[in-house]
Design a protein around this ligand. Structure first.
Ligand code: BGP
Length: 493
C-alpha cells in the first residue's frame, strides 16, 4: 500500500500543562486538581478507579504539603522553564503541530478572579510565539484535568452554574490574547471521562453525596455545564477568528463482543453508544433520546437555563479529536473473566491481543475501526490527538534508548490510520501522546514513558532531567519528512 496521508497532514505530538509544565506555584499560578495527585506506583495495573480516586483527606493532606516528590505533577518535567529546548527537539523531528493545554490556574489562580494573572498570559504568549517561529502549529486544549482546586473546595465543582461563567471568562481572556497565534482549539479533554474520574474532570467528590445516584446526578449536572461551556467557547472562538477551528475531544474506547452471542453483541453496542453520547451532543447539538429516558427512569433533574439547548444546537464543533490507546471486550460473563488495565478504564482480557507493561491491550486494528465508526457517524474531519504506548524504557550503556517496541507500535497504528484514510476517512492530523516523557495522568509516574524523547527523571523526581532522543525520535522524523511513505519501506529495526 502507498501513503494516503494528505499534503499538510498535521503530524506532531501532544502534552498537557498539568503533566509537563511543573512550576505549580510559580509566577502567580494557583493550585489545580492535578496538584493534589499523589504518586500511585503501588496499585494493581487494572485498578484504574484507585489510580484516579481522590478523597477529602487526600486534598487536605496535599493542601498542607509543598512536596514535589509525591505530588509529581507539581514538578512535571519543568517544561515551564525548558520549553524552548523541548520545542527545538520537536522541530528537529519536523513537527507540524504540537498539542498543549493552557492551565486555567496560571491565568485565574482560583477561577473566581475578574482580572487575569499577567505572568501566566506572558508565559503562553512566549510559548505560542516560539512554536510559530519554529513553524509548529499550536493545537490548544482549554481544559485538560487541571481546573482550579478552589472551585472544588468552595463550590460544587462544575455542578455549580457559576463555574460556567468563570470558565467563559477564562476562555474569552485567552482567545482574545492569542487569537493571532492560535487557530486550532479543543474544549474539554476526554469529556466522556466525567463518570470514570469525576474529581479531575468536573471537581466532584463522591464523599460529598449521600448515594451513588446523587453523585451520578451531580455529575450529569456538571457535564451539562461543560456542554454549555463548550458551546459558549465555540461561539466566541468563531466570532473572534472566523478561520479558527474548534474540536470536541473524546476518549475513543472501542468495545468488541466477546462472542457472537447476541447478548454479547448488544452489550458491546451499548458500551460503544454510551462512549459516543458525549460527541453526539457536541456534534449533533442535542441530547440523544436515550439520555432523557435514562434521566426520567432515575428521577434525575438536570437543571438547565433558558437558552441552554438552543446554544448546544447552534454552536457545535468543527471537528472531532480523540484519544486511542487500546480496545475493550464486553462479555455477559465479565465477572468470571480475567481483567486487564486500560486508559481510564479496565476490560475483559482479549486473548488475541498483546498488552503493554501497564496491561493496556495493543490493537492497531481498533484504531482503523474507530476512525471508520466515527467518520461514518459524524461525517466531519477527525484528529487523532492521543495515541502511544507507555513503556519502561532502558538507557543502554552507550546512552542510547532502543525503543523498537515503540516504533513497532506506531508503525502498526500509522498503517491502520493510513488504511482508514484510503477507505475514505478525513483525518486532519495526528499527535502522539507524550511525545516527550511526562508525568502519567493516572499514576503520576515518570517510569510510564511515552516519548520519542527520554527525560532523565524517575518516579521520585531523581535525575538530571536531561533530554535524550530515543531510536523512535529518528524513525518518526523520517515518517514526517516522507509524509508516511517510509511506513511502507522495510522497518529498519
Ligand atoms: C489520557 C489523558 C492524557 C494521558 C493519557 C495516558 O486519558 O488525556 O492526559 O495521560 O491518558 O494516560 P496515562 O498517562 O495514565 O498513561
Amino acid at each position: 500500500m502507498k501513503s494516503y496521508f494528505p499534503e499538510g497532514f498535521l503530524w506532531g505530538g501532544a502534552i498537557a500543562a498539568n503533566q509537563a509544565e511543573g512550576a505549580w506555584n510559580v509566577d502567580g499560578k494557583g493550585p489545580s486538581v492535578a496538584d493534589v495527585a499523589k504518586l500511585k506506583d503501588n496499585l494493581a495495573l487494572d485498578d484504574y478507579k484507585g489510580h484516579w480516586h481522590t478523597s477529602l483527606a487526600d486534598i487536605a493532606a496535599a493542601e498542607a504539603s509543598d512536596d514535589t516528590v509525591y505530588y509529581p505533577k507539581r514538578r512535571g518535567i519543568d517544561f515551564y522553564h525548558r520549553y524552548k529546548e523541548d520545542l527545538g527537539l520537536f522541530a528537529e523531528m519536523g513537527f507540524k503541530t504540537l498539542r498543549v493545554s493552557i492551565a486555567w490556574t496560571r491565568i485565574y489562580p482560583n477561577g473566581t478572579e475578574t482580572e487575569p494573572n499577567q505572568q501566566g498570559l506572558d508565559f503562553y504568549r512566549d510559548l505560542f510565539t516560539e512554536m510559530r517561529r519554529l513553524k509548529i502549529e499550536p493545537l490548544v486544549t482549554l481544559s485538560h484535568y487541571e481546573m482550579p482546586l478552589h472551585l472544588v473546595t468552595n463550590f460544587e465543582g462544575w455542578a455549580s452554574r457559576e463555574v460556567v461563567d468563570m470558565f467563559d471568562r477564562f476562555v474569552r481572556t485567552v482567545v482574545d490574547e492569542y487569537k493571532d497565534l492560535v487557530r486550532y482549539w479543543l474544549t474539554f479533554n476526554e469529556i466522556d471521562s466525567v463518570f470514570r474520574h469525576a474529581f479531575t474532570t468536573v471537581g466532584i467528590i463522591e464523599e460529598n453525596y449521600d448515594s451513588i445516584l446523587e453523585t451520578e446526578q451531580a455529575i450529569y449536572q456538571a457535564l451539562h455545564h461543560q456542554f454549555v461551556a463548550s458551546s459558549l467557547a465555540t461561539k466566541y472562538i468563531h466570532e473572534t477568528r472566523p478561520d479558527a477551528q474548534v474540536g470536541a475531544m473524546l476518549t475513543k474506547l472501542i468495545t468488541y463482543p466477546e462472542t457472537c452471542n447476541p447478548e454479547d453483541v448488544q452489550l458491546a453496542q451499548k458500551e460503544n453508544r454510551e462512549n459516543m453520547f458525549y460527541s453526539d451532543v457536541q456534534i449533533r447539538g442535542e441530547y440523544p433520546r436515550h439520555i432523557w429516558n435514562e434521566w426520567q427512569e432515575k428521577g434525575f433533574k438536570v437543571k438547565m437555563e433558558e437558552g441552554d439547548l438552543e446554544l448546544l444546537k447552534e454552536h457545535t464543533v468543527d471537528f472531532l479529536s480523540f484519544s486511542y490507546y487500546m480496545s475493550r471486550v464486553a462479555s455477559i460473563h465479565a465477572d468470571q473473566r480475567e481483567k486487564v488495565g486500560g486508559n481510564v478504564t479496565s476490560s475483559v482480557k482479549n486473548p488475541y491481543l498483546e498488552t503493554s507493561d501497564w496491561g493496556w491491550q495493543i490493537d492497531p486494528a481498533g484504531l482503523y475501526i474507530s476512525l471508520i465508526d466515527l467518520y461514518d457517524r459524524y461525517q466531519i474531519p477527525l484528529f487523532v490527538v492521543e495515541n502511544g504506548i507507555g513503556a519502561k524504557d532502558v538507557v543502554e550503556a552507550d546512552g542510547s534508548i532502543q525503543d523498537d517496541y515503540r516504533i513497532a507500535y506506531f508503525q502498526d497504528h500509522f498503517q491502520a490510520m493510513n488504511e482508514a484514510i484510503r477507505d475514505g476517512v478525513e483525518v486532519m492530523g495526528y499527535t502522539s501522546w507524550g511525545c516527550i516523557d511526562i508525568v502519567s495522568a493516572s499514576t503520576s509516574q515518570m517510569e510510564k514513558r511515552y516519548g520519542f524523547i527520554y527525560v532523565d527523571a524517575d518516579d521520585y523526581g531523581k535525575g538530571s532531567y536531561d533530554r535524550i532522543p530515543k531510536k523512535s525520535f529518528y524513525w518518526f522524523k523520517d515518517v514526517i519528512t516522507s509524509n508516511g511513505a517510509t511506513l511502507y519501506e522495510k522497518l529498519k529495526v
